[in-house]
Write a protein of this length. Structure first.
Length: 306
């Protein structure tokens, strides 16, 4: 299985020793390595009757690459752990492999090793490494009063796709595809870091939840501008069909992996970034000065929420 997953694959220059030995060797020119891990469990994070194996593989890599980029680092290498039943069809493993490699190729990263074990269900664990290239990491704790809040990427599309799939539908394709395979704007995330973002994270759990974590880490408050966050026409259309307020998806939907950052008021934002709010004194996150109504549901995804 390992030989099949690694055959005829090309490694980047940062991979000094790839799969085939007890461990890989990856260069770290900066002297520091950014590292992150995510785990996807069948039935919790994906369903193979909703997504192809290739889409699951791409999603597993994308959410890790987004975390590395949100730190201001360039992804270099990935380690993949795969657990699955012995009866798993070969085409599922091949699909996962293709998806993993295809998404890694988007940023020029290599898959340098991992592990394969037997389990009762499919579990994909990905560890991603990144190079800061001499820059300081962009932390969640760097926002300051007076900064602007900005976003690069889509918000609410994955959540809308999940809602569509949960109702037993497979269209519209635009939102369903957004849930099956997120499309983090990696280049824009790195551009934000290079432009001097004071704090940054990716939107994995929901805008309110992730901005709330950033604000708490920075010891500040944040206020979002509803006009700047007006739901896309497609989300309004899907919300109308399903009887769901699209604002719920925009403000609390996760897994789009857009990049969320704060910038000093005199910073020039790179193309592709949109100002959606401001940073102030105090704590918490508001929308046009108003707290999120608890009756609208939680502010985002929590791993052990009910």
């Amino acid at each position: 299985m390992i030989a099949r997953a690694t055959a005829h694959r090309t490694q980047p220059a940062t991979t000094l020793l790839g799969p085939g030995d007890d461990a890989a060797v990856v260069s770290a020119p900066d002297g520091r390595t950014v590292v992150t891990t995510d785990v996807l469990v069948e039935g919790v994070h994906f369903r193979l009757d909703w997504s192809t194996a290739e889409q699951v593989g791409r999603k597993a890599v994308a959410q890790n690459l987004a975390d590395v980029v949100a730190m201001g680092a360039v992804p270099t290498a990935l380690l993949v752990g795969l657990a699955c039943p012995g009866s798993t069809p070969v085409e599922v493993v091949d699909g996962l492999t293709t998806g993993l490699w295809d998404e890694a190729a988007k940023v020029g990263a290599g898959i340098v090793g991992g592990d394969v074990v037997r389990a009762e269900q499919v579990v994909v664990s990905v560890t991603a490494l990144g190079d800061l290239q001499g820059r300081e990491p962009v932390l969640r704790s760097g926002a300051r009063p007076g900064d602007v809040v900005a976003v690069a990427g889509r918000l609410g599309w994955s959540a809308a796709g999940l809602a569509v799939l949960s109702r037993g539908f497979r269209a519209p394709a635009a939102v369903v595809s957004a849930h099956r395979v997120p499309e983090p704007p990696y280049a824009l995330g790195l551009a934000g870091a290079r432009a001097g973002a004071s704090a940054m994270t990716d939107v994995s759990d929901g805008l309110l939840a992730d901005l709330g974590q950033l604000a708490e880490a920075s010891g500040v408050s944040a206020d979002l501008d509803r006009v700047a966050l007006t739901p896309a026409a497609k989300l309004v259309e899907v919300g109308s069909a399903l009887g769901v307020d699209p604002w719920t998806w925009v403000l609390t939907g996760g897994e789009d992996h857009a990049f969320l950052a704060t910038f000093g008021p005199r910073r020039t934002l790179p193309a592709g970034w949109t100002v959606i709010g401001t940073v102030g004194e105090g704590s918490g996150v508001t929308v046009d000065g108003v707290d999120w109504d608890p009756e609208n549901g939680p502010t985002g995804w929590t791993a052990f929420g009910r």
